[in-house]
Design a protein around this ligand. Structure first.
Ligand code: URP
Ligand code: ZN
Ligand code: ZN
Ligand code: ZN
Length: 510
């Protein structure tokens, strides 16, 4: 669809003024509570040319500066979504949100950067990267890339090095599910982990046992269960737990850090907790759908309603959601993503007679900041500083872009949100900014509203209106060897020293 047909999205103009004053390169945010992951204080924030220049009480400025009053509100780093799929070709179709509409939606919800997954083109990493570079040209906010690894040979191994050294990629995702398309086996997983370790790149896994999922799907089909509930029944939490445990143990064997994407179940989170308790460097990323929804929707009698909740790993039974929330509040899990992967009701209907053909994915890029606030801060489970850590700062640290991103500090990029804790939000597909015709959070209301979003020093969301400019979003290169790699070489040396020399044996004679 044509990007200029998007309803509810205004187009900014970087050359002339407008009613938002967003063309003004000087901004002062006055009197708010400025929150970073480790500290909060009442202060003013002064921005010039896209960069935060000062954070201090009572900053004085001249008339040419646009002043935004934030009294009684929280001034926080814009959200960073570590897990999105914009313009993603998957299961015979393509997601409806591209790098423009998905990002406009993100900005309207207080997210100012996202990291998307480049899919290699027929196994070729460079071709995949170039295709995503092209898709991302219309970006209206900053973005980074992870890359998926879908096959293994010398060329892939060499290209991984090129991606890290020349293209700003510092993470690779391995799919342990989607047999017959993206799935890889344990041999590839081991080779991939070894390569990641040598490059200082973070290994990420989609952890489900794809062979067993295939078996489960056949089982449901034989039983005549062809509707969306079959999706959940065919790939139970035990298969997520198994793959999570396997990936963790292989990462331990290679001695490389591991990032588990979309942790959806108690089974998976217990494996992560156990590994972390024993000192292993494992990061767990729950997604909003897993934190606030439960699987009962998949049993809804209306196919269109049920099908919109189909994603993998599946949304689980009530109880898993609460456990994932608790794990975030205690530090067992470290950051929140969305896995925003938007298929409309026409696309979901490809699977009307067979749940295996329902394109997998749910929305969330626009809703994440509000739902995490309402679910975790309003319920008293986490502090406001924790909120900043889980939605922004930890992601910036893990992907090595802190403190350029994820902080309100002098020198950081001016990606800032103003959240009013006394205001409320309501989610509906009628007013959201995604191109989706549905929303898995339809009708949900809550407390705490992102009233202003500033991206790259420009006001892009204010008075319930988005005003964005295609093409201003920048590709953020991410360097390898994040903090999770610190000291790993020492652990390797200790391991090697612990091995005894080969036992010398007498030559065997008959
Ligand atoms: O159902 C999902 N999660 N779709 C997106 C692809 C993936 O596995 O992340
Ligand atoms: Zn293609
Ligand atoms: Zn996945
Ligand atoms: Zn995903």
């Amino acid at each position: 669809s044509n990007q200029f047909c998007d309803s509810g999205i205004g187009y900014g103009d970087s050359t002339s003024g407008n009613e938002f004053g967003s063309s003004n390169s000087k901004l002062l945010i006055k009197g708010g509570t400025v929150v970073n992951a480790n500290h909060k204080q009442i202060a003013d924030v002064y921005v010039e040319d896209g960069i935060i220049l000062a954070v201090n009480p009572n900053i004085r400025v001249g008339d040419e500066v646009t002043v935004i009053d934030a009294t009684g509100k929280f001034v926080m780093p814009g959200g960073i979504d570590p897990h999105t799929h914009l313009e993603f070709e998957f299961m015979g179709t393509e997601t409806v949100d591209d790098f423009f509409s998905g990002q406009a939606a993100a900005l309207a919800g207080g997210t100012t950067m996202h990291i998307d997954f480049v899919i290699p083109h027929n196994g070729n990493l460079t071709a995949g990267f170039e295709a995503y570079e092209k898709k991302a040209k219309k970006s209206c906010m900053d973005y980074g890339f992870h890359m998926a690894i879908t096959k293994w040979d010398e060329a892939v191994s060499r290209e991984m090095e090129l991606m890290v050294k020349d293209k700003g990629i510092n993470s690779f995702k391995f799919f342990m599910a989607y047999k017959g398309s993206l799935m890889i086996n344990d041999e590839l997983l081991l080779q991939g982990f070894k390569k990641c370790k040598s490059l200082g790149a973070l290994a990420m896994v989609h952890a489900e046992n794809g062979d067993a999922v295939h078996e489960g799907q056949n089982r449901m089909t034989e039983l005549g269960i062809t509707g969306p509930e079959g999706h959940s029944l065919s790939r139970p939490a035990v298969l997520e737990g198994e793959a999570t445990a396997r990936a963790i143990r292989l990462a331990e064997f290679v001695n490389t850090p591991l990032y588990v994407v979309h942790v959806m179940s108690i089974d998976a989170l217990e494996e992560i907790a156990k590994a972390r308790n024993s000192g292993q460097r494992v990061i767990g990323e729950p997604v909003v759908s897993g934190l606030v929804l439960d699987e009962s929707w998949l049993w809804h009698p209306d196919f269109e309603t049920a099908a919109k909740y189909v994603m993998s790993p599946p949304i689980r039974k009530r109880g898993h959601d609460k456990a994932l929330q608790a794990a975030l509040s205690t530090g067992v899990l470290q950051l929140v993503g969305t896995d925003h992967c938007a298929f409309n009701s026409t696309q979901k209907a490809f699977g009307i007679e067979d749940f295996r053909k329902i394109p997998n994915g749910v929305n969330g890029i626009e809703e994440r900041m509000h739902l995490v606030w309402d679910t975790l801060v309003e319920s008293g489970q986490i502090s406001v500083t924790d909120y900043v850590r889980l939605t922004s700062t930890e992601c910036a640290r893990i992907f090595n872009i802190y403190p350029r991103k994820g902080a309100i500090l002098p020198g950081s990029d001016a990606d800032i949100i103003i959240l009013n804790p006394n205001s409320s939000f309501e989610i509906t597909s009628k007013s959201h900014h995604s191109r989706l015709d549905t929303n898995v959070y339809e009708g949900r209301r809550g407390k705490g509203k992102v009233e202003v979003t500033i991206a790259g020093g420009k006001v892009v969301w204010e008075n319930n209106e988005v005003k964005v400019t295609p093409g201003v979003g920048r590709y953020i290169e991410m360097a390898p060897f994040n903090y999770l790699f610190d000291g790993l070489d020492k652990k390797d040396a200790i391991y090697l020293n612990s091995l005894q020399a080969p036992v010398k044996r007498q030559k065997y004679t008959t």
